[in-house]
Design a protein around this ligand. Structure first.
Ligand SMILES: NC(=O)c1ccc[n+]([C@@H]2O[C@H](COP(=O)([O-])OP(=O)(O)OC[C@H]3O[C@@H](n4cnc5c(N)ncnc54)[C@H](OP(=O)(O)O)[C@@H]3O)[C@@H](O)[C@H]2O)c1
Length: 305
């Protein structure tokens, strides 16, 4: 790998939240590689990656306004990855946004969700719409990256018994790779010193894979790559709640799991957009390619006997 280009100490700083995670970590790595000054944010600095030239901020939980103001002071752009799901996730997000505006952050690039709407079938997608609404109303430039279901989610949602079960009907999902989300974000994030590059301001990009497939087709693809028969078993809503009761999760969380499939059934997850190729200059990754390149994602589906 070539060394990153030298960093311009006067260039605008991009604060990357979720930097200990899958999306934020990839984005931080790419920005550093491009020579963009990066500040890494997370709730626990010991979980943040070590990247040449990137600076780790003090602990920055979204719900703590003072900590967020401290962590964001002097940053030009905030890359805001959504928080882990919780009943007060919108409040956590709005606290983070208000902190950014209070310390003079000029731009927010928020990772939202495909079909975010106040009445979205997928209950967690409603949080994203409320967060977007708060950002739109704030005194800040913004861009929304509405990603589809992660491709990584498909093998993860399939049990070791080789069954993908849920109330997804025969709907389609345009699942997208973490890599493509990170590449698209990296195309949007860097700011010029004069802030004259407003190309992405006020825009919403749907970040999707190259096609929308049914869960039965996803099971077929996983069968091909594992050499084992993987099947999709469509459930009714009642069956879905019953089969998830064993996990002892709270009602709001189980509703999120179940409605993520129901949003596939209604067609809300079937949008296919050209934003990934347009922003990145390369095609979006398919499920087949994702599985080929990420054998760890389906290791639990390989029969050991
Ligand atoms: N599109 C999809 O299919 C899909 C699936 C699952 C989740 N999501 C959403 O997309 C987000 C990013 O996905 P990912 O794959 O990158 O998840 P991930 O690997 O779990 O990373 C999440 C990151 O967000 C940080 N974080 C979580 N809650 C936070 C909070 N309250 N305050 C500050 N930082 C917080 C975590 O940091 P620390 O834990 O180190 O503080 C971590 O770095 C998730 O958090 C979730 O909201 C999307």
């Amino acid at each position: 790998m070539n060394p990153p280009p030298p960093m311009d100490p006067g260039a605008p700083i991009v604060a990357v939240t979720g930097a200990s995670g899958a999306v934020g970590g990839r984005v931080a790595q790419r920005l550093v590689r491009a020579g963009v000054p990066v500040r890494l944010l997370g709730r626990d600095p010991s979980r943040l990656p070590e990247l040449p030239g990137a600076v780790a901020a003090p602990p920055a939980p979204y719900g703590d306004g003072e900590a967020m103001r401290h962590a964001l002071a002097g940053a030009h752009t905030l890359f805001l990855v959504s928080a882990h799901e919780s009943p007060d996730r919108v409040r956590q997000h709005t606290t983070a946004v208000d902190a950014a505006v209070a310390v003079g952050v000029e731009r927010i690039v928020y990772v939202s969700f495909l079909g975010a709407a106040p009445d979205a079938t997928f209950t967690f997608a409603r949080d994203h719409w409320h967060t977007e609404a708060h950002i739109r109303a704030a005194d800040v430039r913004y861009t929304f990256l509405r990603d589809s279901l992660y491709l990584a989610g498909l093998p993860a949602m399939t049990g070791a018994d080789g069954v993908l079960r849920g109330p997804g009907g025969d709907g389609r999902v345009s699942a997208v790779a973490h890599e493509d989300i990170a590449d698209a974000a990296t195309a949007v994030l860097p700011a010029d010193t004069e802030s004259t590059d407003t190309r992405h301001d006020g825009l919403t990009y749907d970040l999707t894979g190259p096609e929308a497939f049914t869960l039965a087709e996803a099971a077929e693809e996983m069968s091909r790559v594992t050499g084992r028969t993987i099947i999709y078993v469509p459930e009714t809503r009642e069956e879905a709640y019953a089969s998830r009761a064993q996990y002892g999760a709270e009602d709001w969380e189980v509703a999120g799991w179940v409605t993520s499939y129901e949003a596939i059934a209604t067609g809300e997850m079937s949008t296919v957009s050209d934003a990934v190729p347009n922003l990145t200059g390369h095609p979006a990754m398919s499920l087949a390619t994702y599985l080929r390149e990420h054998p760890d994602s389906y290791r639990h589906l390989l029969k050991t006997d």
